[in-house]
Design a protein around this ligand. Structure first.
Ligand code: ADP
Ligand code: MG
Length: 707
């Protein structure tokens, strides 16, 4: 398996270089781990009577009845003309006992004319089509009936233009695979222990490799692919869980045994009851913080599920144990809002809370820095500004990071280094972008995950509808009605980085249109976007939050966190340009007050089927996890929010996080079972596992260190 690919018969230096460059294949093993991405089913022969032009590819067995040659202008030519290269098309009529069809060739006509002798029978394989009223196939593959190509599933491999141009056709790939298998299989070492194969009912590796490339039938292919998928997911989970185990053993955490006075005072003064989900999550967090292990917890909860309260109470546990806490928000606006809310909650506790952002003045900054150093500031709220080097805590015990996917890895790492006495602070990462379970298990396999899966009482469902341009007037009228009831409306424009200019133009045009439709003095429209100064932004934002403006026109800067319970309408322009999770987050901005709320998705003229599907889904459900799962199925895990910036830290060869959730669950619990019995994987029976985990593929980036 580790032999260089250049030594494989039929490859050589030059082709080896190309294989490495184009597909990253360096060894025979790499080649064999390139699995077909689909199979051509040549196991059935279709009677011509059943051939439909919408079938992808079919195979017919038919006898040639008549062959004709045509010139460019369509005139029929006698066979003598073949010599003079005047023939531009060959048409062969073929029939089985159910019907007749035409096989058409524009290239290689001389050779085909010799081959397709009337009265002879062949297997034709290709894509059926209709020309006029006649069923035909253009350039089918032609094989003799006894050539052995029938009765098999033929693998199709990914390729590139350059590979194809250098002669790596499908047939050549298959040949290389066959050579590689013949060389490797006799001495192939099994990668999974015997007991694993037995307990999980898996086929041996040699069988799986042979069948994945050259399946004898569907059932063998199914067994092979199951084995390979299971192995891939199982080893990945084993690697992640092992890391988690090692971390919980080796990394010390700050011990915080008390609930503390500040927590209790705040809790008693709460204007509402915590939901059961909030209570459960706080219990989970508390267990972590008193354990002496460093907490590394991801808190997932839909928009409006009450994560802020959890952050506040968590911060107060740290304060109650003599430490400081910081809460980091991704935007200035959000940091300000957190500050306003948290100050309110902390009032009964006497804990000093400060806000530090990019716009904090020098004087205040100095005062805050001092308070952090002498420990008089208990809770610091801020943006990136709070991880600057000049910020020093006396005893940072907890860092809460809101909307984690907006922070870069480096920034998170810097926060880590501010821990007390060289000990990492406890870390609570909060996100409103639900990550599908399968993805969370893989991305954050070594983090603990808490979920708030319950909304505070009083939240009404948001009625969501998707409309086109023809409803724009109706939409304006509807907003007027809501404003007449004393409500407010958000109107959001997409902002896509690559065409920032264009987007602002859209936003400006949109703003003009809205101002015209909602003129002063009856209506006031605020606008917020990324090119404003922080002061302009704050001014407009405040006007809307305080209810002085009826409408807020904005780019997605408002998407995270802002709380305006009085807003009852969310209009999203060019909704098809947003991801599902993002749309869901935006929608979460309304439905916070007591009134009925609406989300109106304005769709563009030309939108793809897939986009429409996403919008329909949004109209159907308000469950963020369901949406995240579906988004992953539609777009694949690599495109999901939360993974775009970092990219998936792993690459899977055969398993799919979107489709193989069941196998993943099974693989994970089985990996856990094995580690429970043998945490170090030192038992002789587990030696093959230890060997496999050393492969690059399973050395997953350690997210626990950087979150
Ligand atoms: P998110 O999870 O999106 O950060 P927030 O923490 O901003 O949600 O909470 C949304 C709203 O719900 C806030 O106005 C908050 O005061 C309110 N809230 C939070 N928890 C509860 C609760 N248990 N009962 C009632 N209202 C709550
Ligand atoms: Mg929030």
């Amino acid at each position: 398996m580790d032999t260089g690919i250049q030594y494989l018969k039929g490859v050589g230096e030059k082709r080896a270089q190309l294989l490495e460059k184009e597909l990253g294949i360096r060894t025979v093993g790499d080649l064999l781990h390139l699995y077909p991405f689909r199979y051509i089913d040549r196991s059935t022969i279709v009677p011509i009577a059943n051939v439909q032009p919408d079938l992808a590819q079919v195979q017919v067995k038919a006898t040639v009845t008549k062959v004709r040659l045509y010139a460019k202008n369509g005139a029929e030519l006698p066979p003598e003309k073949l010599k003079f290269n005047m023939v531009s098309r060959l048409s062969a009529m073929v029939s089985d006992n159910t019907g007749e069809m035409e096989m058409v060739f524009f290239k290689g006509v001389k050779w085909m004319y010799q081959r397709l002798v009337p009265g002879h029978t062949f297997i034709f394989f290709g894509k059926p089509a209709v020309f006029g009223t006649r069923l035909n196939m253009v350039h089918p593959e032609v094989d003799a009936p006894d050539s052995g190509t029938t009765g098999v599933l033929t693998g199709v491999y990914t390729s590139t233009e350059r590979l194809k141009n250098s002669g790596f056709t499908g047939k050549v790939m298959l040949k290389l695979m066959a050579t590689a298998l013949d060389g490797v299989l006799p001495t192939l070492e099994e990668t999974l222990p015997d007991y694993v194969l037995k307990e999980k009912g898996l086929v041996p590796l040699s069988y799986a490799l042979r069948q994945i490339h050259f399946p004898q039938d569907q059932s063998a292919l199914g067994k092979a692919s199951y084995r390979l998928k299971f192995e891939e997911l199982f080893l990945l989970q084993l690697s992640l869980l092992k890391q988690k185990y090692i971390r919980s053993r080796s990394i010390q955490g700050l011990k915080m045994p008390l609930v503390g006075e500040p927590f209790n005072r705040c809790y008693e003064a709460l204007p509402y009851q915590l939901t059961n989900a909030q209570k459960r999550v706080i219990r989970e967090i508390r267990e972590d913080m008193k354990s002496g292990h460093q907490m590394n917890r991801l808190l997932q909860g839909d928009v409006g599920s009450g994560k802020t309260m959890v952050a506040v109470l968590t911060a107060l546990i740290a304060v109650g144990n003599g430490y400081q806490a910081c809460i980091m928000a991704p935007t200035e606006v959000l940091a300000q809002q957190h500050f306003a809310n948290v100050s309110k909650y902390l009032a009964p506790t006497g804990v000093r809370v400060e806000l530090l952002t990019g716009t904090t003045g020098i004087k205040d900054r100095r005062r805050i820095h001092e308070g952090l150093r002498d420990g008089s500031v208990g809770v610091l709220i801020g943006t990136h500004a709070l991880i600057e080097d000049t910020v020093q805590f006396r005893a940072l015990g907890l860092a809460v990071i809101d909307e984690q996917h907006r922070f870069g890895v480096d920034q998170r790492a810097r926060l880590w280094s501010k821990g007390f006495g060289g000990i990492h602070p406890h870390v609570l990462v909060m996100t409103a972008t639900p990550i599908p379970r399968t993805l969370a298990m893989t991305l954050y396999g070594d983090l603990d995950v808490s979920v708030i899966d319950e909304m505070p009482p009083g939240r009404k469902p948001v009625q969501t509808l998707c409309v086109g341009e023809n409803k724009r007037h109706a939409m304006h009228n509807f907003i007027r009605e809501e404003i007449a009831k004393g409500r407010q409306a958000f109107i959001v424009y997409p902002l896509i980085f690559e065409s920032e200019k264009l987007d602002y133009k859209n936003l400006e045009l949109g703003y003009e249109e809205i101002v015209k439709a909602f003129p002063l003095p009856d209506y006031k429209v605020a606008i917020v976007h990324g090119q404003q100064t922080p002061a302009e932004k704050a001014f407009n934002m405040d006007a809307f939050v305080a209810g002085r403006a009826n409408i807020l026109v904005s780019t997605t800067v408002i998407e995270v966190g802002v709380d305006v319970p009085n807003a009852s309408v969310m209009v999203i322009e060019s909704a098809e340009r947003f991801g599902l999770s993002q749309l869901h987050q935006l929608r979460g901005r309304v439905g916070r007050g007591a009134e009925r709320s609406y989300c109106i998705l304005m769709r563009g003229y030309k939108i793809s089927k897939e986009s429409q599907k996403r919008l329909d889904l949004l109209c159907e459900t308000e469950n963020g996890f369901v949406l995240a799962e579906e988004d992953m199925k539609l777009r694949g895990p690599g495109d999901l929010e939360g993974t775009q910036q970092s990219g998936l830290p792993i690459s899977l060869n055969i398993a799919s996080l979107a489709k193989d959730g069941l196998i993943l669950n099974d693989a994970r619990s089985y990996a856990q079972l094995i580690l429970d019995k043998d945490p170090g994987l030192t038992a002789p029976a587990n030696a093959p596992l230890t060997a496999e985990l050393r492969r690059d593929k399973y050395l997953v980036k350690d997210y626990s260190q950087i979150s």
